[in-house]
Ligand binder design. Structure first.
Ligand code: NAD
Length: 321
């Protein structure tokens, strides 16, 4: 059996606590501890998972071979940089960074240091997404919906960087990285000063069109992906981890739409992401969201935010002439 990898978790908030749970339990890791600036939260979770509560970021850098960073997006650059500069492998939560410039700096540093650098686009590790990617669908048209009730979390970024970026990455993966030719976007702030719901139509240079909707002020939770290919259709429910697929049979006397069974082996996407990170560190080739892929998603998200423009706040809207 391979030696477990010494891992540290930084940021044990809403998502980071799940990273800590997996760092403390998966056999690929030996958790050397966690660090969080919120001392009480850190102490409680370190006790729950029986790992050391580290006194500082420097202590985490010193003790680990690999780090998982789940601090607020505005801190990703500073925290991830500390590990990368010391030659440690890093998995940083999505979005990669608060700006393209910061993301580029992290990707460049990881390359210089020749370490594994990944971004936590966890939806890529959803078994339903992997099952669809394995079908190589060649989409002509894509539709995504990611609607969530308001939680007050991740308000340091707008809904495009908070939620839509998950689907942007999946759409880019399905389009094999084809560049975006045109963006038509609209977004409005509702309960926060930033854009809380957004819709975008992307036209790719390969002719594919994608229509993405994201909201963090919805009354219901919906996470759907629909892929229309020339001779096939796939409907993915991320939450259910299910794929409904049909294909066009061009038979006589007339064409017919026939079901295609797609097997999905349900699993926790975050655990799959951990295993992929560990395998990459061990030099294995396995599907993974690299820093470059995270940067491509961040570039697309930033371009969408620019296309939306300066949002008009609700109190300004009612007073606009
Ligand atoms: P959160 O506010 O619940 O947790 C962040 C934690 O980081 C807090 O405990 C805070 O005390 C700590 N922290 C802040 N600055 C720090 C620093 N400099 N050093 C150490 N600790 C620090 O936030 P969250 O909702 O868990 O989000 C964290 C990150 O995870 C964000 O980038 C967010 O976009 C991402 N996220 C990803 C997903 C996903 O599906 N992949 C889901 C939710 C959040």
């Amino acid at each position: 059996m391979e030696e477990p990898i010494a891992v540290a978790v930084v940021g044990v908030g809403h998502l980071g606590r799940h990273h800590l749970r997996l760092a403390a339990t998966l056999s690929c890791w030996r958790c050397v501890g966690a660090f969080d600036t919120h001392r009480e939260r850190l102490a409680a979770l370190a006790a729950e998972y029986r790992v050391p509560a580290l006194p500082s970021l420097e202590a985490a850098v010193e003790r680990c071979q690999a780090a998982i960073v789940a601090t607020p997006t505005v801190t990703h650059r500073e925290v991830a940089e500390a590990f990368l500069a010391a030659g440690k492998h890093v998995l940083v939560e999505k979005p990669l960074a608060a700006s393209v410039e910061e993301g580029e700096a992290l990707v460049a540093l990881a390359e210089t240091k020749r370490v594994v650098f990944g971004v936590g686009h966890v939806e890529f590790f959803n078994p339903a997404v992997q099952a669809v990617l394995a079908q190589e669908p060649q989409p002509r048209y894509l539709e995504t919906q990611r609607l969530s009730p308001f939680t007050r979390r991740s308000l340091d970024v707008d809904v495009v960087l908070d939620l839509m970026i998950h689907d942007l990455h999946i759409v880019q993966a399905l389009n094999a990285g084809a560049p975006i030719a045109e963006i038509r976007a609209v977004g409005v702030p509702v309960l926060s000063p930033r854009v809380d719901l957004a819709n975008v139509r992307l036209a790719f240079t390969n002719g594919c069109v994608a229509n993405l909707t994201a909201s963090r002020v919805s009354s219901e939770r919906i996470r759907k992906l629909r892929i229309f290919a020339t001779d096939a259709y796939y409907s993915v429910d991320y939450g259910e981890q299910s794929v409904h697929a049909v294909r066009l049979a061009r038979g006589e006397p007339e064409p017919a739409i026939v079901p295609v069974p797609v097997t999905v082996d349900k699993a926790e996407p975050l655990a799959q992401e951990h295993w992929a990170f560990a395998r990459r560190i061990r030099g294995e080739s396995t599907p993974f969201v690299t820093g470059e892929a995270g940067l491509a998603a961040l570039r697309a998200a930033t371009a969408i935010v620019a296309a939306i423009g300066t949002p008009v706040l609700p109190h300004e809207r009612c007073c606009a002439k």
